[in-house]
Design a protein around this ligand. Structure first.
Ligand code: PLP
Length: 395
């Protein structure tokens, strides 16, 4: 075989993704792209904020000497300081540039963290439903993913279930808030509970278990809610994030990781992570983007526009009989599948020209995901098709 068995195996296990996209392509050719309601991709349809365009023009008109050269593998000091300043404000404790590494997106940051902390065979707890790529990222670094369910009706953290899943091999718990695919935000109290559970274990037998907090949607929160900063709540925490969603820059591959400054071993972790960033082949995050995002730490795309899309879909679909947890943030809905088999339901939706992702792909069969980072007109135009789909699915 021309490729490694493991990769062939991964590809075949995720073949449903390919099938789904092939079916989408077939439909597009058959009935025309404009007649398809594609809710599959977390690829924002909006443009980056004004401030980004302004900074980009300013930099293009006033190029700095050496601005395209390599820099310190951790990134520019001024960018890391700007990120640290924002984190200090959010966390209410002192984060400095030395606790921050600029990365190639959140995906890059996750791989850097996992490479840095995992010994072969160590376990990483992931909470179902979870972001599809987590298992592959963990496997990249010789780790073993351990799936734990969130609370049935709310998708909130089930701390007892997490505690039961801990073993002597547990190295990290990977959480995502606001969550992809459910949109829920984990409140302060449950993060604090998780933090004290892990702190007690560390005190008792020196077993350090990290919480990796994947938060690319942190600035996309609704109804006046915000995402609690994890640093004061969980000592052994590492934030991984990006500007793929909050500044709508997924193609530019810009993000960062930040380690909790109150963690005893923070500087040892940082030394390891800078090394990993280098040898994973990223070398450093894109220079131009680092310069720009340094000035955009308080900016975001229009959150109210996302909230309007959420409200329209939640109200309309609930009215048709679909059941769902109302998301606090991100741009996904994760309703219950009206058919027991979510793959069958997704196929039925395709008949109505609606493209969705089955919950099975997120480790949560019986649900389906809607990504509503699409034009609101597309959502409005899709409503009659949703209504037909609901009827055919027996709602
Ligand atoms: N984590 C989650 C939960 C995501 O949804 C995504 C992208 O959709 C990523 C990480 C990766 O994002 P990035 O583009 O920053 O690598």
């Amino acid at each position: 075989m021309a490729i490694a068995n493991k990769i062939a195996n991964h590809i075949s296990k995720s073949s449903w993704i390919r099938k789904m996209f092939e079916e989408g392509e077939r439909l597009r050719l058959e009935v025309g792209a404009e007649k398809i309601f594609d809710f599959t991709l977390g690829n924002p349809d909006v443009e980056p904020p004004e401030a980004f365009q302004r900074e980009l023009c300013t930099l293009a008109q006033n190029p700095l000497p050496g601005m395209h050269r390599y820099m310190n593998n951790a990134g520019y000091e001024e960018t890391r300081a700007a990120v640290a300043e924002k984190l200090s404000r959010d966390a209410g404790l002192s984060v400095s540039a030395k606790h921050v590494i600029m990365t190639c997106g959140a995906g890059g940051a996750l791989n850097v963290v996992l490479k840095t902390i995992l010994n072969p065979g160590e376990e990483v707890i992931i909470l179902a439903p979870f972001f599809v790529e987590y298992k592959f990222y963990i496997d990249n670094h010789g780790g073993v993913p351990v799936e734990v369910s969130t609370e049935q009706e709310t998708f909130q953290l089930d701390i007892d279930a997490i505690e039961k899943a801990l073993t002597s091999k547990t190295r990290a718990i990977l959480i995502c808030s606001p969550n992809n695919p459910t949109g829920v935000i984990y409140p302060q109290e449950s993060l604090r509970k998780l933090g004290s559970l892990l702190k007690n274990i560390h005190r008792r037998n020196g077993h350090l278990i990290y919480v990796i907090s994947d938060e690319p949607y942190a600035r996309i929160a609704y109804d006046g809610k915000s995402v609690p900063n994890i640093f004061p709540l969980v000592e052994s925490s590492i934030i991984v994030t990006s500007h793929s969603k909050d500044l709508a820059l997924p193609g530019e591959r810009i993000g960062y990781l930040a380690a909790n400054p109150t963690m005893d071993t923070v500087m040892q972790f940082m030394e390891g992570a800078i090394f990993s960033n280098r040898v994973l082949g990223f070398v450093n995050a894109p220079a131009l983007m680092q310069r720009l995002v340094a000035k955009l730490q308080d900016e975001s795309v229009d959150i109210a526009a996302y909230q309007a899309k959420r409200d329209l879909l939640v109200t309309s679909l609930t009215g048709m009989g679909f059941e769902m947890v109302v998301p606090d943030g991100a741009f996904y809905l994760f309703p219950k599948s009206p058919l027991t088999d979510d793959l069958e339901f997704v196929k039925l939706a395709q008949k109505h020209r609606i493209l969705l992702v089955p919950g099975a792909g997120f480790g949560a069969p019986g649900f389906f995901r809607i990504a509503y980072c699409v034009d609101i007109d597309l959502i409005k135009r899709s409503l009659p098709a949703w209504s037909e789909l609901a009827k055919e699915a027996g709602l």
